[in-house]
Design a protein around this ligand. Sequence first.
Ligand SMILES: Cc1ncc(COP(=O)(O)O)c(C=O)c1O
Length: 318
Amino acid sequence: MKAEVNQDIIVFFNNRMIPLRDAKVGILTHAFNYGTGVFEGIRGYWDESRRELFLVRPQEHYERWKRNCGILRIDVRPKPSVLCQITSALVRRNQFHSNVYVRPLAYKSAERIGVSPDDKDAFAIAVLPFGDYLHSRDGVHAGVSSWRRISDTAIPCRAKICGAYVNSALASDEARREGYDEAIFLTESGHVAEGAACNIFLVRNGKLITPSVSEGILEGITRDSIIELAQNELHLDVIERRVDRSELYVSDEVFFTGTAVELAPVVRVDHRPIGTGKVGPVAAELRRLYLEATRGGISEYRKWLFPVYRPVAAGKAA
Ligand SMILES: Cc1ncc(COP(=O)(O)O)c(C=O)c1O
């Protein structure tokens, strides 16, 4: 059993900061019945030496959130820079001095029966202390799911639409019951899409390959960070294209990326060892760079970090 969240933490709900225990929605809320919400996931890392908490790319997360809310015609009024400030204020109000996860959620909030949505929207932001999502340093085992990725013509998965996560929950549950750490989705046409809650990369002959944005994936911000690190720091070619299932088996390396998983090397897929069956050099080096960059250890990538306790200026890096 996972630990329950402390109900005393302060969250942002209906434009106020209130304890989580009081932030409730009614059972007839449209989003609760029909999945008509869009959420985000942002990490923040505590830096003990600087006594500072850095949010990772919050501006980009909030820009993506607002754009993707548009798919469901949900209007989140505040600008991304204001949402960054609200998030910082929440961290300070809770006096978090540890790694955190931020969960913004916008939703259709009318309380009535009927699937057709109207224009009543609401949003909330919660910040929680958060540790490792996958214990991944020595690599994880993944299995191709029997569930196919929902297609963009059914529910767009480039947005974090609440209802779409039934697809991820089914795949994730199946994977864990079968002894895997994470699921890999294929699209309806049988090509590799992504993990249940992360993007996927392959290394073949020194090149980095990842399914393109039209292959049923979430347009991951960590995916984008990893591409930047791979190109700038390791001078790797990055190719976005279709990937076959069997290409995973013959790759030199495979790894997942995501806000929660960070960079998780995959050492077995469907019980087949990938490469040597151990964490490969490209995944290990990119993981090291990503962890260092997101903890403020590489000056070029401080642009990704938003300090909470000593903000320099709204939206600016440390
Ligand atoms: C289905 C899915 N793919 C990919 C990702 C990774 O996206 P990001 O790097 O923006 O967190 C997530 C993140 O939660 C996800 O849910």
